[in-house]
Design a protein around this ligand. Sequence first.
Ligand code: ADP
Ligand code: ZN
Length: 618
Amino acid sequence: MSPPSSNLPQALLQEIFGYGAFRGQQQAIVDHAVQGGDALVLMPTGGGKSLCYQIPAIARHRAGKGVTIVVSPLIALMHDQVGALEEVGVHAAFLNSSHSLEDTQRIEREMMSGRLVMLYAAPERITNLRFQAQLASLHERGLLSLFAIDEAHCVSQWGHDFREDYLQLSMLHERFPDVPRLALTATADDHTRADMIERLQLQDARVFISSFDRPNIRYALVEKDNPRAQLLSFIRDEHEGDAGIVYCQSRKKVDDTADWLVEQGINALPYHAGLDASVRKRNQDRFLREDGIVMVATIAFGMGIDKPDVRFVAHLDLPKNIEGYYQETGRAGRDGEPADAWLTYGLADVVNQRRMIDESPAGDDFKRIQRGKLDALLALAEAHDCRRVRLLAYFGEASQPCGNCDNCLKPPVTWDATEASRKMLSAIYRFWQHGQQRFGAGHLIDVLRGKRTDKVEQYGHHSLSTFGIGADLSENQWRAVLRQLVALGHVVTEGEFNTLVLADSARAVLRGEVQLILREAADTPRRARTTRSAGAKPTTAPADLVGDALERFISLKAWRGEVAREHNLPAYVVFHDATLAEMARMAPQTLGELGAITGVGAKKLQAYGAELLAVLAG
Ligand code: ADP
Ligand code: ZN
């Protein structure tokens, strides 16, 4: 029985993916694409972009329109993406150099016959002449259905993942102007958006912008004070046994942090571009396939990682900008369950990020934009009000305080640091007046607090008028003042010793024309176990599963693990945790009952139904 054509997308969603309803704008996007319209889709990570092109691809294929070409930069993940489609009974394949000649020929045959529903390919493949000829042949025979361009922000030089090969994709439109295109991305400020539209020639495409809010992610940005200890207590107190990602800036720090976490008994692995490709692949596979692995990584890790149950993303270093931060933190909680985005930052982060921009070989325009972006991130880090309101505002979205970020949950104590800032700026000014500029943060704070160190004596700084004028504040408080003066650009650092220098804007602060309200510095790292509201604590099993239901869940997971290993796929491709949990809760006894569970489509019901009923029967 075939459903009325207007409801085909809805029917496919249920039949193939086992989902009852589209989310947000999915329906509108799918309808538009099924009818052959071009679209640019901006949707946050975890919002459900894949279905936006997969369902049109399937619907159009059923209507005899042939193959959808999915352009994706993520060769390493194509195997799992295609595996997930084959699991639900959709004929898909990918082309890349890892295939044998036989496999390539077989896939090409499937494609050229039009039997294939979706072909995944990297952008460099699209420009390959042989592939171009194949596309032209498909097109002539009316079997080139749709182009889906995933991670479309890679086309923009303003974005953070620029790929030269993406620039060539405008060719698709030039050569095949009547084939509809869907460009999708989770990241795009106004700049990047305009750039994408221009470079991909999407001027006439409909733009679908979803809310960028990820309400299940809890944001916290804490001051750095022994970051390793802070990280460890964050993991132990809130995420024991959970899968998570810890981002560090350098390869060395990744290695060191991963080693250290392992010594502390955490199941951690490193990932960065300096590791052998085979090690990288093994670690990524383990992260995707095993439960509860903490991946310590540079930002080389993560794009396209669609593991739904990453419970936290932690940053030990400051990202470059809010887009990067939001993209990275967005990898937490794709399944919609509670997840944490936790970042620790300090003065050195601010200094490093500023320096990286200053010292980069880029042109002045580019640097100016990068500085503006960093400033926005620093303002977020120093904010006293709702983090989410600020994040969403950055992407052009108005919202109300969220009740699920550190500042909402525990409003920070603030103090008027105008006077303290003036004292600090004066002290820097006095060093300069003495003709000795080469002093960094430590010495400056010693002078302000009136500490007679050897260095103070050596330079005679105890006789400066600024010596001891700040004895009332702790070292941590002074560090916070300095960090914020640097963040606001009133103080800049120079040279390899990070010599502190006043910027022009410091004058207004010195004259008392600028008021500075700061967060109270945390004098002790947070150690206390923070308790979450009931039911919100994500563990390896949902809290409401107890007794028989919990046992069923455990058996189901064990069964899933075996199937995943047999098929060489991540467990979540077989079934999501949420689907297993619903099975454990409902304890279905017939195929009909089993098929009604979210995430159980027709193909999986047919393939696994009997086995599952046996597992559930115990
Ligand atoms: P994105 O690519 O936008 O980051 P995905 O396409 O990976 O997001 O989707 C995120 C998760 O949400 C996936 O696990 C997907 O199966 C699930 N999902 C998407 N749309 C729906 C829907 N309409 N109903 C239920 N689950 C959905
Ligand atoms: Zn908030």
